[in-house]
Design a binder for this molecule. Structure first.
Ligand SMILES: NC(=O)c1ccc[n+]([C@@H]2O[C@H](COP(=O)([O-])OP(=O)(O)OC[C@H]3O[C@@H](n4cnc5c(N)ncnc54)[C@H](OP(=O)(O)O)[C@@H]3O)[C@@H](O)[C@H]2O)c1
Length: 267
């Protein structure tokens, strides 16, 4: 297949972690991929994705700002190609006691995880609507979290941003159903990436990556659910999936106590 015939996918935060693995899953299935990242490594990541025999388009921008989100969208729009898949994955965490955490860090996280997701979704949904069904599938993934299903003490605003993403995904899915645009939420459990270290949670149970879900497997489950048209999928092993089942029958204080014990800083 050539660039003209290969489908195109956009992945925000596709330079590393779960986002890179989502991009790799798509590249392995023959999609050209446009990826964003905050640091220069997005360019090296694109080179690695091209080893799958597809085109990879890297873009470096700060997803916490309106201009950063908008400029990545314009970069993709200027490729002047139908957009078949969009994975709205970029997200950060802020760990620690709410009493102690920095307000600016939390507001920045809300900008990336909530405002940025709505911003990019608006551009993608309108573009996919205008594109119509003639250019193939139109699928959107919103990366939420198992944290959407429980209070998250010691990262309280983070869990709330992920509940926002899950609710938003299920809502626009219903609106877009008749349009033929599919929306799927991916809810990863704790996953081996730089996420918790970047969130300042190295001094919690989440600081150790060895027990967490494998990011390649989480991404594989996410892409399979997206391509199957599922409304959501919990990404991870059986214990992770059982955790979400358990959350349905537990009270909020019970869940808060369990989650708080794991995320509480040890020093
Ligand atoms: N890891 C987990 O345990 C876990 C669990 C549930 C849900 N999730 C969700 O999964 C998603 C991906 O997380 P991850 O674990 O892959 O995290 P990660 O390893 O920290 O990767 C984050 C990605 O986002 C990019 N990024 C971060 N801040 C950015 C900014 N301001 N502007 C542009 N790009 C930025 C990074 O770019 P650079 O490479 O340039 O830094 C990187 O590509 C997030 O939405 C997270 O909430 C993660």
């Amino acid at each position: 297949m050539s660039t003209a015939t290969r489908p195109l996918a956009l992945i925000t935060g596709g330079s590393s972690g779960i986002g890179f693995e989502l991009a790799a899953q798509l590249a392995d299935r023959g999609y050209d991929v446009a990826i964003s990242g905050q640091s220069e490594r997005v360019h090296d990541s694109a080179k690695k994705l091209e080893e799958y025999g597809v085109e990879a388009y890297p873009y470096q921008a700060d997803a916490s700002t309106y201009d950063g989100v908008e400029s990545f969208w314009k970069f993709v729009a200027e490729l002047d190609r139908p957009l078949n898949v969009a994975c709205l994955n970029v997200g950060i965490g802020v760990g620690g006691r709410f009493l102690d955490t920095d307000l600016d860090d939390e507001l920045r996280m809300i900008s990336i995880n909530c405002s940025g997701t709505v911003h990019m979704a608006k551009r993608v949904v309108r573009a996919m609507h205008a594109q119509g069904a003639d250019w193939g599938e139109r699928r959107i993934m919103i990366v939420s979290s198992v944290s959407a299903t429980t209070p998250t003490p010691y990262e309280p605003a983070y869990g709330a941003t992920k509940a926002f993403g899950f609710n938003f995904a299920e809502s626009i899915r219903e609106e877009l159903r008749e349009e033929g645009i599919v929306v799927t939420a991916l809810l990863p459990g704790a996953t081996d990436s730089d996420f918790h270290a970047n969130a300042g949670m190295g001094n919690t149970r989440f600081g150790d990556n060895s027990w967490k879900n494998d990011r390649t497997e989480v991404a594989r489950q996410g892409i399979e659910a997206l391509l199957a048209g599922d409304d959501h999928v919990v990404g991870g092993d059986e214990a992770t999936k059982q955790q979400v089942v358990d959350h349905r029958s537990m009270s909020e204080p019970e869940k808060a106590a369990r989650q708080g014990a794991a995320a509480r800083p040890t020093s």
